[in-house]
Design a binder for this molecule. Structure first.
Ligand SMILES: [Zn+2]
Length: 469
């Protein structure tokens, strides 16, 4: 008898869940809300660069959309940043021949006018700097993106910090993909640190970097780098809104659905990350219509200043630390607008890998589940706090990645990919928040430290000043 009644209760539950899935998917796939918000963010507010009037406008417009969708207590939370304005940038080879080499300043590079000998430091890894030794001092160093095949990828910021520590005069970084597109990206992540004395840095296109490397392989090269950028202390904001589930009274949210709203100043930031914010907003809109069915509170956050070094998510994790024990899971959507497969990259919560795989099979959800620690997106400040999360992104979808280049524009985005990501995440949120025996758990600081050490990222995080233990 008992078995039968629990079986029929299980069937009723799964029928109710199926009805809920249909409502959520219908809301997300019908209508043009996603396409309209995408266009608003990319066209009306451009790159939404941290510290710009466009970013503030985008944050207010998004807050208004979330209020209209039915989220409660929608507000902006302020935090400090280093604001920066791009000026003119000119890189010239002055010897052995005269060549103008197109470049873009990397935020928050200071103004400069430097003429110095250049030095090719390969991938800019520790052994490259060690081999060059004192020869780095006073040189304009050239490094390429990535690492040799089979080695751990090294982030632009690591290479930059090594160059600064070794006494270079300037830092030139070139992108790993052809197409004459220089990639931008931040050189600094401490909003309270000094910025006037930073090493000047500029990005080159792949072809320009190779041209310069070829000249350097023949003999000495002298370069002149002139930039007129301006930096200042400033503030930015996270957009925060709540959907309160039936049993969430008195505690913090159980689930966080988030993505970064800011982009770079040289493009519309369409894939990176208007796509993610639109998906987050679609999850909010669909779940707001089914709030009674939610087992716990769900919070939505659009972070500011991710592109300056995840400043907004670090600020959120610090100011909401008291709520982190209540958080079961964080879905961070960063670049979900290309037509390749949707991936959930779980962060230090391997007990959830079989759970999310099973949920995917039950839902017919179109996504893959992998375990891969990613220190360069907004879930990472929470990983350091031991909170389980997924970095969510789509792969492929074009001849090359467009992120951080001037070509990250609206035309590159496939709205169907955003809708698929939103429909998958909305259904997963219902399941995570509704499971009375959810098996995920927050790590202790000791467990988190040990897990990061086992992943071999301690040295990298120490170099970046992001090792909190
Ligand atoms: Zn991003």
């Amino acid at each position: 008898m008992e078995t039968n009644s629990s079986l029929s209760a299980g069937r009723e539950n799964s029928d109710a869940l199926l009805a809920l899935d249909r409502a959520l998917c219908g809301d997300i796939w019908a209508g043009d809300a996603a396409a309209r918000l995408l266009e608003t963010l990319c066209v009306d507010y451009g790159g939404r660069f941290a510290g710009s009037a466009d970013y503030r406008g985008a944050a207010e417009a998004l807050a208004e959309q979330w209020r209209a969708a039915g989220l409660a207590d929608v507000h902006l939370e302020e935090f400090p940043i280093i604001g920066w304005e791009r000026g003119e940038s000119a890189l010239t080879m002055t010897a052995p021949a005269t060549r103008a080499l197109p470049c873009i300043a990397l935020p928050p590079a200071p103004a400069c006018d430097i003429e110095a000998e250049a030095l090719d430091l390969g991938y800019g890894l520790d052994p490259d700097f060690a081999a060059a030794g004192d020869a780095v001092k006073g040189k304009i160093v050239l490094v390429r993106a990535g690492a040799p095949p089979g080695q751990r990828p090294s982030h632009r910021l690591e290479k930059y910090i090594r160059a600064q520590q070794a006494g270079a005069a300037a830092f030139l970084f070139f992108d790993g993909e052809p197409g004459m597109l220089a990639a931008t990206g931040s050189l600094h992540s401490d909003p309270d640190g000094p910025f006037e004395t930073l090493l000047p840095g500029a990005g080159l296109a792949y072809e320009t970097g190779l041209e310069l490397a070829r000249w350097l392989s023949r003999g000495p090269v002298t370069l002149r780098l002139r930039m007129t950028n301006r930096a200042r202390r400033d503030v930015s904001w996270n957009v925060v809104g709540d959907l309160r589930g039936a049993s969430a009274a008195g505690s913090g949210p159980q689930v966080l659905v988030c993505g970064h709203l800011d982009g770079h100043d040289i493009a519309q930031g369409a894939i990176d990350n208007a796509s993610g914010v639109v998906a987050v907003s679609e999850v909010a809109r669909a779940l707001a219509g089914q709030a009674d069915a939610l087992g716990g509170g769900v919070r939505f956050v659009a972070y500011g200043a991710e592109e300056l070094g995840m400043i907004g998510s670090y600020a959120y994790a610090a100011s909401h630390r008291a709520e982190l024990d209540d958080l079961r899971f964080i879905f961070n959507l960063d670049c979900v607008g290309t037509s390749g497969p949707l991936g959930l990259y779980l962060q230090n919560c391997s007990e959830l890998t079989p759970i999310f795989r099973r949920l995917g099979q039950e839902m017919g959800g179109d996504y893959s589940v992998q375990e891969a620690l990613i220190p360069f997106s907004d879930q990472f400040p929470f990983t350091l706090e031991g909170v389980p999360s997924a970095f969510i992104a789509t792969g492929g979808g074009g001849p090359r990645g467009w992120g951080h280049t001037a070509a990250d524009t609206l035309d590159k985005v496939d709205v169907r990919a955003i809708r698929n990501a939103a429909a998958v995440v909305a259904r997963l949120v219902v399941r995570v928040a509704g499971d009375r025996a959810w098996p995920g758990r927050r790590r202790t600081p000791d467990e988190t430290r040990a897990a990061l050490q086992a992943q071999g990222v301690e040295a990298q995080l120490r170099l970046l000043g992001a090792w909190p233990f």
